[in-house]
Design a protein around this ligand. Sequence first.
Ligand code: PGA
Length: 253
Amino acid sequence: MRQYIIAGNWKMNKTVSESVTLAKQIVEAVKDVKNTEVVIAPTYLAAAKVADVVKGTNVKLAVQDIHWKDQGAFTGKVSIDMVKEIGAEYVIIGHSEQRQYFHETEETVNLKVKKTLSAGLKPIICIGETLEERNGGILENVLTTQIKGAYQDLSADDALKTVIAYEPVWAIGTGVVATDEQAQDTQAFVRSVMKNIYGESVSEAVRIQYGGSMKPDNAKGLLGQKDIDGGLIGGAALKSDSFFAIIAAAEAQ
Ligand code: PGA
């Protein structure tokens, strides 16, 4: 059985003090959650303070990106050792906003995934198609290219430590959610690509989240799908009650 993983991607929202407040509310809300892995990804600026809040609780810390180099003259970037030191366990990599606005490529995704794994942290690898790509009939090509790119030269053991977040770009922040069936069909396809690369036991074990306008009112239907093992949540993760409602929907499955 794959354990549900619900991760809140706070993006460029919340000041440090607001982040600490929200993290405290979430820690309190989820203190009795037993079966679902709960992860929050604040900004870099807030991450160290949020780390102190979640330490010793059942909330895990993620960051929203890393650089693949260890250190040096890379203005504006943060290395894996820096996020490891504060106790982060997950790194979100290849988010569509990174791909769209900040020149993320298959190659940089792969470098970041390898760096994250080499430090003993776990990548949440984001993939997903635009509406044009879906309507143009190239959905499967796009996802296959993204998966093969991200997992280039990764062993099966390493692949098992990763989480995939399938996020249709047209559903992110738009309020337009994929139907349960669209999401399930695509997630099953993602799993089949993993099966082609790594075989059945790895593909059956790897967790695949859905992301893109997941909210309390649609979480039950989405999380009830066979190949949906959690959610990467943006807007609804910015309030503890809506984030908790999605976690509760996972717990109730
Ligand atoms: P959303 O964002 O839930 O606001 O659509 C999801 C994401 O980008 O991870």
